[in-house]
Design a protein around this ligand. Structure first.
Ligand code: ADP
Ligand code: MG
Length: 477
């Protein structure tokens, strides 16, 4: 294909131009949406972009029969630099400078200090340039069928379905907010997928706030605001992820304000996601804040245990993994506040089991799920305080001989935690709990170990207590 493009360009451009700039360009990669071409020199990239981009663009479209995004990249490749020699004297000079600076193998051997900069070309390439703002591709897994609905995301889910089915009606904009890893991006992309299913011709643009900013900067630099605006405004639905990052970016806010208005006024659906509600985004222009709040703000909270288990089950199903339900329960109980981490834990457990060849049991996965933390100095007092506080037991009772169930359980847990987190000997631990025998301590530790392996609630309790102990230990001067 590229050879045909070259032939076409040869027929269209003057000989020096073709020989000098185009002939040495090679096609690097062609996908359905994008063609990456490589020129041997950084300066040639900018030159090509500035003067011959249009020619290349239309030649490619003509040969392929459809337009693609064109990326020009450059590599100072010493082997092919000779081919790039051009007739123009001034360019030749540049090339020679470039070559002269290319390190020879002997240079590399003689001087270590040169190594780090050895590969740097004389003319630093500008960031990759493309002819159009990028539509970050959608993740095929982020669809409604793979989204588990629970009490804490039900409203967001319902609103997402509604805007996918009838965009630009009641909920415009739809503002999804919730903490990290709780499913905002998944839900957003599910809207895009579903809308495209309903209306394959819909022009839908999913973009991160960062990408919007980058596209804007590129447009300003390339003096192509016109096409930037067309790209962002001539669409049916826009989804902007992590809009909280617009904070403090005055120029991006200015431009996004106009993008928003144009789309909104023509009844196009706008979907935004953020880790917090609009009024808590610092340095957000008042007019943007009020526009963001104009439609529906749907929040997603941390899912409950049942939902977390359902999420793991669904993931296991889709990935064809067979996980015993007590292991699912154990993982779901251990990871409470971030679904990405919850999924990560499952993946780690599965990987560990398949490498080790051990059966998938709580005992076997526990070590990879709760990696050891940074060493901190934990004292018996810290453990006692935390256990007393979180298990709601009097410190004096912990150290007494009371056999009341909740007290003796808490005492056993305290012994176990001391054994885990301190260097105290068994007799010392016994002492800290009001003078218990070291065999009692040993028995207690074993018992808690077993219970933790069997019962997810205990496992979660131990985890919470440990976290708290570490927190307390870390905050000590
Ligand atoms: P956010 O954008 O809020 O930080 P993501 O949408 O990236 O979070 O979600 C993190 C991970 O958790 C993703 O892999 C996503 O598929 C998964 N996830 C989040 N919520 C759910 C859910 N309700 N059902 C299934 N998977 C979910
Ligand atoms: Mg996200």
């Amino acid at each position: 294909v590229w050879n045909q493009v070259l032939e076409l360009l040869e027929s269209q451009l003057s000989r020096p131009t073709y020989e000098g700039w185009i002939k040495t360009v090679v096609a690097e990669e062609l996908t359905t949406e994008r063609l990456t071409i490589r020129t041997p020199h950084p300066f040639a990239k900018n030159w090509l972009h500035k003067y011959y981009f249009q020619n290349i663009n239309s030649a490619v479209a003509e040969i392929l029969g459809y337009p693609v995004e064109i990326h020009i990249v450059s590599s100072p490749n010493p082997n092919s630099s000779n081919e790039a020699l051009v007739e123009d004297e001034s360019d030749r000079t540049t090339l020679q400078v470039d070559e002269a600076d290319d390190p020879k193998p002997s240079d590399l051997k003689n001087s270590d200090t040169k190594t780090s900069s050895a590969k740097a070309p004389v003319l630093l390439p500008l960031p990759e340039i493309s002819n159009a703002p990028k539509n970050s591709t959608l993740n095929a897994k982020y669809v409604f069928t793979r989204f588990v609905v629970g009490a804490t995301n039900r409203m967001a889910h319902a609103a997402a379905l509604a805007v996918a089915e009838s965009p630009g009606r009641e909920f415009n904009p739809l503002f999804l907010c919730g903490g990290v890893g709780l499913g905002k991006t998944h839900l957003m992309q599910a809207i895009a997928h579903y809308r495209l299913e309903i209306d394959p011709a819909a022009r839908i643009f999913y973009v991160s706030t960062e990408q919007f900013t980058n596209d804007l900067i590129t447009a300003i630099r390339k003096d192509s605001m016109q096409s930037f605006r067309e790209h962002y405004r001539d669409i049916d639905m826009i989804l902007v992820d992590d809009i909280q990052f617009i904070e403090g970016k005055e120029y991006t806010q200015e431009e996004f304000f106009h993008t928003f208005n144009t789309l909104y006024e023509s009844g196009k659906q706008i979907i935004l996601a953020s880790d917090r509600p609009p009024n808590q985004i610092p340095k957000l222009q008042e007019r943007l804040c009020s526009r963001f709040s104009m439609g529906l703000i749907a929040d997603i909270q941390v899912p409950d245990l049942e939902t977390r288990m359902a999420i793991l089950q669904k993931k296991a199903e889709y990935e064809n993994l067979r996980i015993p339900s007590d292991v699912i329960h154990y993982i779901a109980a251990s990871y409470t506040s971030n679904i990405r981490e919850l999924e990560g834990a499952l993946v780690r457990a599965v990987a560990y089991i398949s490498i080790s060849g051990l059966p998938m049991t709580i005992e076997n996965v526990a070590p990879v799920l709760n990696p050891p933390k940074e060493p901190v100095e934990v004292s018996a007092e810290m453990v006692l305080d935390v256990v007393a506080e979180l298990m709601n037991i009097d410190l004096a009772d912990l150290q007494s001989n009371s056999r009341r169930r909740e007290i003796s359980q808490a005492r056993q847990v305290a012994m176990y935690l001391m054994r885990q987190h301190t260097n105290l000997s068994l007799p010392k631990i016994g002492e800290a709990l009001g003078g218990k025998d070291h065999t009692t301590v040993m028995y207690s530790c074993d018992k808690v170990t077993q219970l933790q392996a069997k019962d997810a609630d205990t496992a979660q309790l131990i985890r919470q207590l440990s976290d708290r102990i570490y927190f307390v230990a870390q905050s000590q001067p």
